[in-house]
Ligand binder design. Structure first.
Ligand code: UTP
Length: 468
């Protein structure tokens, strides 16, 4: 067995340690290890070892010529209301024509939340405790009804959560969506390496593999046949969002319109940073390209810079909401240009020379990941538009504190409260009552206003009010 071609290739690449315990394994475990090994692109790993792991590897992004990226101002912040209205009309026309698909990335490991199971199954709404998947499903269902074209929904999972994700949807009868329009596909995996570039084993019979980052979605869309399916269905734009953010307007006509009218291949939403050192990536321009620079790559002094009006200069926070053209994704996935890889030093559970499990206390190796926003500099005419944080962004990242289930529930209640107040409902003074609006009743200001307008008699706004 040791002369198996996969083993030979690993030995030749200096990665023979992956098979150090091979002879001790039962045949089924040997097969599994070989299958995992066959998934690895050794040339790619070698390239990363030579670049990202090299002693003289450049640290982070270069700041040469970096300036803030321009963006379309929100109408109430000085944007042109007519241009926004025109964009909205164009986006609505695209939705009515069935040109738009929803795309959610849900392949992350969700380590910070520390929840057992796919993050999308985490109960998130204030009253009904609907899981994240349920919220998005109802928004997508409602948008499809509103525009007379049911939407296709592409969902990227990981090896670890694929089966549980699909089972959750099946168990809940796809939350009312047509099963034939919900498409799950797994993202790729990358092996972790030690600081010498040697691929690590997680156990004697398993390679330390982890998801290749949300940027892996571009190649996964292509490999899974999703782009071909889109083409057959006449879908040419994907509305990209993350599984952890239930506030997102995942189908947003104005955003779609800015993208279409701007002839853009990839567009993004920004929110003004809450404070100079907020830990978000920042939209910038560099050498005529739009880029997102991670906060960790921006020196504190640059983050603190202010403009002539005393406003934060690099203010455009990225909130991981994008639009992607189908053929742009295809070009990124198959063409000569590819997303760059990033390294993250991590504590990676592994085995020692005797095969005994090791739980490191400090980082012992490197994981490689791609980020979807790194596609922006390759896109033609990228557009960045402003949005309101309160209406688009409240992620569940941590178990407690900022960006936690608690803050997210509060932000949902505030949003429902704003919709109610804007439509003339009387809110009791003091703390907002805990109310919940089903996306099937209203999933944005417009759909809420329409449904509330028709409601007779109007219910009193009090704790426990659920509008469905
Ligand atoms: P995060 O960067 O918050 O990572 O992902 P995470 O893995 O979910 O959580 P932590 O860092 O371990 O706590 C942002 C979004 O990108 C998706 C996640 O599912 C989430 O929707 N993602 C991330 C992927 O789909 N694949 C990945 O490899 C990484």
């Amino acid at each position: 067995m040791k002369n198996h071609p996969v083993i030979a290739a690993f030995q030749q690449a200096g990665q023979g340690q992956v098979f150090a315990f091979f002879d001790q394994l039962a045949p089924a475990a040997q097969e599994r290890l070989l299958a995992e090994a066959a998934e690895i692109d050794l040339a790619e790993v070698d390239g990363l070892n030579r670049t990202l792991l090299a002693k003289n590897a450049p640290a982070g992004a270069t700041l040469d010529g970096l300036v803030p990226a321009p963006y379309e101002l929100w109408p109430e912040h000085g944007g042109d209301p007519q241009a926004w209205a025109k964009a909205k009309a164009a986006g609505e026309a695209a939705l009515r024509a069935g040109r738009v698909g929803a795309f959610m990335v849900a392949g992350g490991q969700g380590t910070r939340l520390g929840y057992d199971g796919p993050k999308g199954t985490f109960p998130v709404t204030p009253l009904k405790r609907k899981p994240l998947f349920h919220v998005f499903a109802e928004k997508i269902l409602a948008a499809g009804r509103r525009y007379g074209r049911p939407l296709h929904w592409f969902i990227m999972t990981s090896h670890a959560n694929h089966a549980a994700t699909a089972a959750h949807f099946a168990e809940h009868e796809y939350f009312g969506l047509e099963p034939g329009r919900v498409h799950f596909f797994r993202q790729g995996r990358m092996p972790a390496v030690n600081f010498e570039g040697k691929i690590l084993l997680e156990a004697k019979d398993a390679i330390a593999l982890s998801p290749d980052g949300h940027g892996g979605s571009l190649r996964a869309l292509e490999r899974s046949g999703s782009l071909d399916l889109m083409q057959r269905e006449g879908i040419d734009i994907l509305s990209y969002f993350q599984v952890d953010n239930p506030l997102v307007r995942c189908i947003d006509p104005a955003f779609l319109g800015w993208h279409i009218l701007g002839g853009s291949e990839m567009s993004s939403k920004m929110v003004p940073k809450a404070y100079a050192r907020e830990k978000v990536g920042v939209f910038c321009r560099q050498n005529g390209k739009t880029v997102v620079v991670e906060y960790s790559d921006l020196p504190g002094a640059v983050q603190d810079e202010t403009d002539a009006r005393g406003q934060i200069r690099f203010c455009s926070g990225s909130i991981a909401i994008h639009l992607l053209d189908r053929e742009f994704v295809r070009r990124m996935a198959t063409g000569a240009t590819a997303l760059p890889w990033h390294r993250a030093d991590k504590k990676i559970p592994t085995v020692d020379a005797t095969g005994a499990a090791v739980k490191p206390e400090k980082p012992n190796g490197v994981k490689f990941e791609m980020f979807v926003f790194d596609a922006l500099p390759f896109a033609r005419h990228p557009v960045v538009i402003e949005t309101l944080r309160a209406d688009d962004f409240s992620p569940v990242k941590n178990a407690e504190g900022v960006d936690s289930p608690q803050t997210c529930r509060e932000d949902q209640i505030k949003q429902f409260g704003r919709w109610l107040a804007a439509n003339g409902a009387a809110l009791p003074p003091g703390t907002l009552p805990a109310v919940e609006v089903s996306p099937l009743f209203g999933y944005d200001e417009d759909s809420f206003a329409a449904a509330w307008g028709k409601l007779s008699p109007k219910p009193a706004v009090r704790d426990g009010l659920y509008l469905e």
